[in-house]
Ligand binder design. Structure first.
Ligand code: 5AD
Ligand code: FES
Length: 346
């Protein structure tokens, strides 16, 4: 087998030189990398794919990340927030479609206070007691994370976006800091959440050095989930003239992470499916084991526009469900009928 692939696998680690080399792999070498990562994933999870139903609860955001379509300075973004009633209904529909995890994601919207979120999480847990609730609501205080955990939220997704200080400053306004971002992630883990970090592949100004820092940070944090998708340009952001990341680099990175973190929950993202109609399948075949279909009401989908040309804008939850299950079947995998918590034997 390819010596670099063998080394990453054996050492559960990668040197800077090796990382540079994998991004320059020939097509043949890439196939070896994907194949090894796929094997490691099957060894950890069998051919099970976990579905996470995504409910996009708000497009209001007090932050101003330069890459994101719902940043507060984007005057052209249409804003909405879902009511407690609608959020709960999306989850009940998801449950009837066979989902066991709901991800409540939104911009940093001050409407969703701890009180409001406690009520929403509590209600979903009462109505769908065999399901996990994942929150993805950005940076909050340790107290807030604690309260929502006590309200029985199970998991939290907060991509760190980049572990390189200078790169972080180029992607975010001055009042946001990498230090705070990292602190949030360590707080989440300490409180007991299954915690997810992650980055965009090919974000503006990203270098191999940045990605090397990301890997070292992840090795320290030891996240339960890692979200990796390509950066995709949004026409109404300051980064509108930067080009999108590549499917190839995203797949390479997914594979490398699968070799270093054999048990981590690793989604093949909607962004990957947006850049390539077979992107999500390719992601699974490169070691990913999670898919996140959209459960948001069709009427608000277009308003939750983080990047251009997002897929599944017109499809009802039930349609995406059938579509994804067929896609999974066609590549020889199956949907797992369980929550798919970290570390639980399949
Ligand atoms: N392209 C791809 N991903 C994006 N995100 C935000 N904007 C974009 C974009 N333009 C990702 C960020 C964020 C997650 C919810 O969506 O990594 O953490
Ligand atoms: Fe939405 Fe295929 S996943 S239509």
């Amino acid at each position: 087998m390819n010596e670099i692939v063998e080394n990453i696998y054996k050492n559960r680690n990668i040197s800077f030189e090796e990382l540079k080399a994998v991004f320059d792999f020939s097509e043949e070498e890439r196939e070896e990398l994907f194949s090894k990562a796929r094997q490691v994933s099957i060894n950890s999870f069998g051919k099970n794919i976990y579905l996470r139903g995504l409910v996009e609860i708000s497009s209001f955001c007090k932050n101003d990340c330069f890459y994101c379509g719902i940043r507060k300075s984007n005057g052209r973004a249409e804003r909405y927030r879902l009511s407690e009633e609608v959020i709960s209904e999306c989850c009940r529909i998801g449950r009837s479609l066979g989902f066991y995890t709901f991800v409540l994601q939104g911009g940093e919207d001050e409407y969703f206070t701890d009180e409001v979120m406690e009520r929403i999480v509590g209600r979903i847990k009462r109505e769908c007691p065999d399901c996990a609730v994942t929150l993805s609501l950005g940076e909050r205080s340790a107290e807030s994370y604690k309260r929502l955990f006590e309200a029985s939220a199970d998991r939290y997704l907060l991509r760190h976006e980049t572990a390189d200080e200078n790169h972080y400053k180029k992607l975010h306004p001055g009042y946001m800091s990498l230090k705070n971002r990292k602190e949030c992630l360590y707080n989440l883990k300490n409180i007991g959440y299954q915690t997810g970090c992650g980055i965009m592949a090919g974000s503006p100004f990203q270098t191999v050095e940045c990605i090397y820092e990301d890997i070292k940070f992840m090795q320290d944090l030891q996240p339960h989930m890692i979200g990796i998708g390509p950066y995709i340009t949004h026409k109404d952001t300051p980064f509108k003239d930067f080009k999108s990341g590549s499917v190839k680099d995203t797949l390479v990175l997914l594979s490398v992470l699968r070799l270093i973190f054999p048990k981590v929950l690793l989604p093949a993202t909607t962004a990957l499916g947006t850049l390539d109609p077979m992107g999500r399948e390719k992601g699974i075949l490169a070691g990913a084991n999670v898919l996140m279909p959209n459960l948001s009401p069709v009427g608000v989908r277009k308003k939750y526009s983080l990047y251009d040309n997002k897929i599944c804008m017109g499809e009802e939850a039930a349609e995406c469900n059938v579509c994804l299950r067929n896609r999974i079947k066609r590549i020889g995998y199956r949907v797992a009928n369980c929550r798919g918590d970290y570390g639980v034997k399949y």
